[in-house]
Ligand binder design. Structure first.
Ligand code: GDP
Ligand code: MG
Length: 401
């Protein structure tokens, strides 16, 4: 068995040392466990990536701990963090909240922590940086303040590690990182690297292994519909979560004119052209539906356990509005604006209610929305907004009504 893989990233205020810490982790872990050390310059010269039409600068680096393989994202600018979190370009299993110990939490620290919570980052660890220049008494206040900020956002009990990312890099560059004496990892070697090892140990223990959700109620977004001669109608897609046995009763939800869903029995399950006794999270399957005609189901509906998910018409979302340079609008819009919403395989028209009644290209803002048809949306789901063929925004659902 290979090492467990996790996606993580640094978040926090500009100039607090996120890129320096990212480089320090790669260097210290490369010295301990192999892999590539990355300099600041390598991390900061990040290529532009396009995600649903949105330009995001994301630096991907990798490193290994004793037990895990981490893919780590560091964004150069504040706007990149906001876009990354809203679009889910990198879905983080855990985040490192970095705070400059000589400054304390700042505006972007708060904003990133709030966004992380909104988009479903479940666990964070804290690195209080720049201990080499921070006043020790102030440092203790900074730790307390960060713990308060995290608790206020539902991240109570997150581990806090203090250290200097810059000094850890210096230790590696001077070749002293591996002066390892006896003792457990994290307590030996050049003292300037200890904080980095403690941080990675905190990630190893505080971020749980990501798991396919087999226990949750079954959910399958329908990607395609076809007919098997003599057997009936089959819907296909990738199982989002849960396990479904043949013979189970399911509901087909969303995109109906009356907003009602219908219950049907799954009489057969296929995966890779083989009959199967059940469909499991992560698998691509076809479900044979009893008594359903070809034109009674459509791409964009979801198959779920009755009562486990509700179609919704209204809710709140966090939205990023593309700039003209990103292919978005040239002009702002206000309340009443009605673009197309694309949720995975579903598209539907919806109306936006904008705070202050104006949203500019480049803004990110919390909006209320109302869809033309009820669909199975849940908090944490991502969508894009389009006008004709043009993508004008990206969002994540915060609440539904
Ligand atoms: P980012 O904007 O959060 O990615 O911050 P950077 O990693 O680019 O660092 C911003 C500045 O802080 C740079 O001048 C770094 O050299 C400096 N810096 C980073 N970590 C430390 C540290 O531990 N101690 C000191 N004294 N400076 C640091
Ligand atoms: Mg940076």
């Amino acid at each position: 068995m290979g090492k467990m893989h996790l996606n993580v990233g640094t978040i926090g205020h500009v100039d607090h040392g996120k890129t320096t810490l990212t480089s320090a982790i790669t260097k210290v872990m490369a010295a301990l466990h192999g892999g590539r050390a990355r300099s600041l310059e390598q991390i900061d010269s990040t290529p532009e990536e396009r995600m649903r039409g949105i330009t995001i600068n994301l630096a991907h680096v990798e490193y290994e701990s004793m037990t895990r393989h981490y893919a780590h994202i560091d964004c150069p600018g504040h706007a990149d963090y906001v876009k990354n979190m809203i679009t889910g370009a990198s879905q983080m299993d855990g985040a490192i909240v970095l705070v400059d110990g000589s400054q304390g939490a700042q505006e972007q620290t708060r904003e990133h922590v709030l966004l992380a919570k909104q988009v479903g980052v479940k666990h964070v660890v804290v690195f209080v940086n720049k201990t080499d220049i921070a006043d020790p008494e102030l440092l203790e206040l900074v730790v307390l303040e960060v713990q308060d900020l995290l608790a206020a956002n539902g991240y109570e009990g997150s581990p806090v590690v203090k250290g200097s990312a810059l000094q850890a890099i210096q230790a590696v560059d001077e070749g002293t990182a591996l002066k390892v004496g006896p003792g457990k990892p994290g307590t030996s070697g050049d003292p300037r690297t200890i904080a980095i090892r403690e941080l990675v140990e905190a990630m190893d223990t505080h971020f749980p292994d990501p798991q396919r959700d087999y226990a949750a109620p079954f959910l399958l977004p329908i990607e395609d519909v076809f007919t098997i001669e003599g057997r009936g109608t089959v819907v296909t897609g990738r199982v989002d979560r849960g396990v479904l046995p043949v013979g189970a009763t399911v509901e087909i939800i969303g995109l109906t004119d009356d907003g009602k869903s219908r219950a049907v029995v799954v009489t057969g399950i296929q995966s890779f052209h083989k009959d199967r006794p059940e469909a499991r999270a992560g698998e691509n399957v076809g479900l044979l539906l009893r008594g359903v005609k070809r034109d009674e189901v459509v791409r964009g509906q979801v198959v779920s356990i009755p009562g486990s998910i509700q179609p919704h018409i209204e809710g709140e979302a966090e939205l990023y509005i593309l700039t003209a340079k990103e292919g978005g609008r040239h002009t702002p819009f206000g309340t009443g604006y009605a673009p197309q919403f694309f949720f995975g395989t579903t598209d539907v028209t919806g109306t936006l209610d904008v705070p202050g009644d104006i949203a500019q290209p480049g803004d990110h803002t919390r909006v209320n929305f109302r869809l033309q048809h009820a669909i199975a949306v849940e908090p944490g789901m991502r969508f894009s907004l389009r006008e004709g063929k043009r993508t004008v925004g990206a969002g994540v659902i915060l609440t539904v009504r």
